[in-house]
Design a binder for this molecule. Structure first.
Ligand code: TRP
Length: 456
């Protein structure tokens, strides 16, 4: 067998390095920016419960499938799909799944970087005390004016893209691994500090109840589907990010065990973010369903009115930038690895090209908040459409095919070899889930996405 057992791009130095890197990828704007606002919009507790169920039923099984495919293929998702479909004696067209992933990664990173850029800007804005004592109106005005200046958004987007590409250019061990080794622990410490801070506000109980007391009357059918789509986004599933991180995973590490740790950590951070945010929201009589602005408008307001708020506000935005940074690198790594493998580029050259392409796409997102804010397709701006297309269509579809590939296309002996699960019942449960339950569940999400697009 000529299949390489290590990737030409390198390997994580240990099982823990993989866990940290994959956790870094999973934990990001999705947990801290998106999860609280969609939980807020969908009524809280019941939504959170459905989201947790989706993580377990859809997320974890597909995560395992994606890692095992990556570790067996040991290349960029495109070439991994080629190698593994050949190994299974099946059509090479499966490489299109790799392509879809690379494209999804570009699209997501292009807007992800713009939002992360807001986070960067807000680090400095909190730092100089811009929000101290500001009223709701003032904070809203500051945010609106920020969004209305494309050159500012562009500048921060550019800085964040450069930060991302610098880490990716340094490679698996000295770039990706070193970054997550320092950033991830900081993030956990900062979150715990912030939740401790929120616990001391009078509204902690109210925030807690909002997140954990299910009221199913607030749950629309759409909420269920949003929760499921978010399970993909938050675990970085369905586009090859986890696949390529799996390809750098040492041979001996247990895939199932590490997956539980990563999914657990990701869920923990989302819930902690919720616990840090909602008490502040209620303590200040703010609106939990405020939408994407929840973090950038209501939090500076809340922090601005509290003693020590400038300090904690700054800390919070630093945390968001860290989290976004370790996620962004995983969105572009599949494309960079492919350029190195197939085009024979040096890693640095590949990073420059991939980074510039992503940056350029991001300009559309920057403009959709100001000059192009009235340019709409299906009633959505460029940014909304991109978010919708990637999170609700491309990721579920990619995840569906990854699941199908792992249990219907690959030879079972190979899957078993890669998973090497000691626990027979665990293996059977996984296979049963990925064969039947997970694909059907994902199909429901996907069909809904098409339906919603058609009905406006
Ligand atoms: N999971 C990250 C977050 O929650 C975002 C992310 C990183 C991602 N890599 C991904 C989403 C790959 C989908 C696919 O912010």
């Amino acid at each position: 067998m000529n299949r390489p057992r290590t990737s030409i791009h390198g390997e994580w130095s240990s099982r823990w390095a993989f866990v940290l890197a994959a956790t870094g990828s999973a934990v990001g704007l999705g947990n801290i920016w998106k999860f609280p606002y969609i939980a807020g919009e969908n009524g809280g507790g019941a939504f959170v419960l459905v989201y947790l169920a989706c993580i377990v039923i859809v997320g974890v099984p597909i995560f395992i499938a994606e890692v095992l495919i990556g570790r067996r293929g040991r290349q960029s998702p495109i070439n991994t799909m080629v190698t593994l479909s050949q190994e299974a004696g099946k059509s090479k067209h499966w490489r299109l799944l790799g392509w879809a992933g690379v494209i999804a990664g570009f699209l997501i990173l292009s807007y992800y970087s713009v939002i992360a850029g807001w986070g960067l800007a807000y680090v400095f804005r909190s730092g100089i005390g811009l929000f101290s004592g500001a009223s709701a109106e003032e904070v809203q005005t500051i945010f609106n004016e920020f969004l209305a200046t494309p050159e500012r958004l562009l500048a921060w987007h550019t800085i964040f893209m450069v930060m991302t590409m610098v880490v990716v250019a340094r490679g698996v061990r000295s770039g990706l691994e070193k970054a997550v080794r320092y950033l991830m622990p900081c993030l956990f410490v900062l979150l715990v500090v912030l939740v401790g801070y929120a616990m001391n506000t009078a509204a902690f109980g109210q925030g807690f109840e909002f997140l954990f007391k299910p009221d199913f009357s607030k749950l629309s059918q759409d909420s269920v589907l949003i929760a499921m789509g978010h399970a993909f986004f938050t675990l970085s599933l369905g586009m090859g990010a986890i696949m390529i991180y799996g390809s750098y995973m040492p041979e001996r590490a247990s895939i199932a065990k590490t997956t539980f740790i990563i999914a657990g950590a990701d869920t923990f951070v989302a819930l902690m973010a919720g616990l840090a945010i909602f008490p502040l929201v209620f303590a200040n009589n703010l609106e939990p369903g405020a939408g994407p602005g929840l973090m950038f408008v209501t939090l500076p307001l809340a922090f601005g009115q509290m003693p020590g708020g400038a300090f904690f506000g700054t800390l919070f935005f630093v945390l968001i930038v860290f989290a976004a940074w370790t996620s962004a690198i995983s969105l572009i790594e599949p494309a960079v690895a492919w350029l190195v493998e197939t085009r024979g580029m040096r890693r640095l050259t590949a990073c420059v090209w991939a980074g510039m392409a992503t940056w350029l796409l991001g300009v559309g997102t920057v403009l959709s908040f100001n000059l192009w804010s009235e340019v709409k397709l299906f009633g959505k701006t460029y940014f909304d459409l991109l978010d919708y297309l990637t999170a609700n269509i491309m990721l579920p579809l990619g995840g569906l095919f990854i699941a199908v590939f792992a249990v219907w296309i690959m030879k079972e002996a190979h899957v078993r070899e890669e998973l090497a699960m000691i626990n027979k019942t665990g293996y059977r449960a996984w296979r049963l889930l990925v064969r039947y339950v997970t694909p059907v569940a994902v199909l429901i999400v996907f069909l809904n996405a098409i339906g919603v697009l058609q009905h406006g």
